[in-house]
Design a protein around this ligand. Structure first.
Ligand code: NAD
Length: 497
């Protein structure tokens, strides 16, 4: 890419001088001098070796350097006000949209999990993440004057992203975090770090060109557990947001830093006798097959009441889901799970990460069968304690379990969800059943009569982000999630009437 900005030199000089002046109190090196910026080349971010040699555009070898650069960028953003936040949001959303095809392919090539069409779509919908407009201060006015509660930034936020949606999570996090006035340092998943860092560079180049702000979005070039520790222990980082499985949630909680934890899920679906079975079948195929079941909100196991069990299986097959026999299920199970002694004499299934995000056709081949071309989802009948039910296996192979009645279905669904309180789905026209399930599972997202994706504003009401803070309770993250609430009061004045 050879991007050239059409700006005259005096404008460039003015912007640089202005930025340097405002950076003066925060951005001096250890000797107290202002670092050199090559003013004559500011209008070109890629066209001149001198201009780029000193700039990292957000990607740092050293996590400490990344935290320091982000901290400096936070002050630069603060000085440019809310308009600059809006500009950054606009830049990130439009770059995701514009680069969706190439970035989607790059992410799939690197991570080797999921589906290209959905990788592309996940980038195109980053624009649905709420921006600066989300933050509305609260005010009170009375005989003793007025009070204003505002949403203030933390400064620098440390972020961890999953391999399942590397650029989408990073980008959507940036929209929320910067809307709230913060800068950010990411420790991306090592398996999706290259594509994350490409996006970080492109975002920063555009932000620098438009606003002169450097390194607002930082990341570690080769992320490790050690670099996570550096970020989580840095005094410059005020808050963490981690999106991933149990390991990173536990590490964030132990770090001592305030953490927003978007943790694992294992969303169950319950189908009762009042459900529209054809629609339920279609909805489940859409949600569970999305990006080969990589979504944390995606349907992971189905419980169907006895009264409509056979009818549902027929509807599922008619809608395009492909059924495995018991032998094929057993063969697939041996590929997807190994069994380890849990130390207490019992064995427990361990997911083979190689199988995560594979497509349904390949899984069927591993199971020893062949599906019709274009099959998106395979399924098998299992009991409620099967490894495919209890493990969050992130493959487009969904187990279907027959339950005696709704009560049994809710008990089994609750058990499969493991108390993550992440997501669950019901297909029913019975409001009492919906209410009981909502209360029992107490999930952050509870979708009734739609695919899981409709819980994130895709075909349902609501808005999108890629970090659903289940463990720590903030819910579907948005700009407010990344703010401190501050109160400002005026005593006995400024109330006009
Ligand atoms: P993962 O847990 O393997 O990795 C997630 C991130 O955490 C990666 O960047 C990884 O490097 C880091 N990490 C893992 N262990 C760590 C540790 N001990 N210390 C520091 N960092 C650590 O998960 P994944 O396979 O990348 O993503 C899938 C998981 O993420 C699933 O469990 C899924 O449900 C969950 N997820 C949750 C949400 C949500 O919004 N709640 C969204 C997407 C994915």
């Amino acid at each position: 890419m050879n991007m050239q900005l059409d700006v005259d030199d005096s404008t460039v000089r003015h912007v640089v001088e202005d930025v340097l002046k405002r950076l003066g109190h925060t951005h001096r090196d250890s000797a107290g001098s202002i670092p050199e910026v090559v003013t004559t080349t500011k209008h070109s971010v890629t066209g001149n070796a001198r201009s780029t040699s000193k700039r990292k555009f957000g990607v740092f070898e050293d996590a400490n350097d990344a935290c320091e650069a982000a901290h400096s960028a936070y002050y630069q953003l603060r000085d440019q006000g809310v308009a600059a936040r809006m500009k950054v949001v606009d830049i990130v959303k439009s770059l995701c949209d514009k680069n969706a095809n190439s970035w989607g392919k790059m992410e799939l090539d690197e991570t080797k999990i999921g589906r290209l069409d959905h990788k592309i779509e996940k980038l195109k919908i980053v624009k649905l993440t709420p921006g600066v407009e989300w933050l509305k201060p609260d005010a009170m006015s009375g005989d003793h004057g007025i009070m204003l509660e505002e949403y203030a930034p933390f400064g620098v936020v440390g972020g961890v992203t999953p391999i399942t949606h590397s650029i989408p999570t990073l980008s959507s996090n940036v929209v929320s975090i910067v809307s709230a006035g913060n800068a950010v340092v990411f420790n991306p998943h090592p398996g999706g770090a290259h594509c994350a860092n490409v996006a970080v560079r492109v975002f920063n180049e555009a932000i620098y060109r438009e606003l002169g702000i450097e390194n607002l979005i930082c990341s570690v070039e080769v992320p490790t557990l050690k670099s996570f520790d550096v970020i989580s222990q840095s005094e410059l980082v005020g808050l963490l947001v981690v999106t991933g499985g149990p390991g990173v949630v536990s590490a964030a909680m132990k770090s001592g830093k305030r953490s927003i934890c978007a943790g694992p899920g294992n969303p169950p679906v319950l189908i009762d006798e009042t459900a529209d079975l054809d629609k339920a079948a279609r909805d489940i195929i859409f949600g569970a097959a999305y990006d080969n079941n990589l979504l944390c909100i995606g349907e992971k196991e189905i419980f169907v009441v006895d009264a409509v069990y056979r009818q549902f299986l027929q509807a599922f097959e008619s809608a395009g889901a492909f059924k495995l026999t018991q032998n094929q299920l057993d063969q697939l199970e041996r590929a997807v799970f190994t069994y380890e002694d849990d130390g207490g004499g019992c064995s427990h299934p361990v997911l083979n990460r190689e199988m995560v995000g594979k497509n349904a056709v390949d899984l069927a081949t591993i199971a020893g069968t062949k599906t019709p071309a274009g099959t998106e989802l395979i399924f098998a009948e299992t009991d409620a304690s099967h490894a495919f039910v209890i493990e969050e296996q992130m493959t487009p192979m969904i187990p279907v379990v027959k339950v005696r009645d709704v009560e049994q279905g809710i008990i089994d669904a609750k058990s499969a969800e493991h108390g993550y309180k992440h997501s669950s789905i019901i297909h029913s026209r019975h409001i009492d059943n919906m209410t009981v399930m909502a209360r029992e599972l107490d999930c952050t997202l509870f979708v009734k009569n739609g695919p899981s994706t409709s819980g994130l504003g895709l075909g349902g009401e609501g808005y999108l982000t890629y970090s659903i803070a289940t463990t720590t309770g903030e819910g579907i993250t948005n700009p407010e999630t990344f703010t401190r609430k501050r109160r400002c009061v005026m005593i006995d004045n400024l109330r006009i009437y």
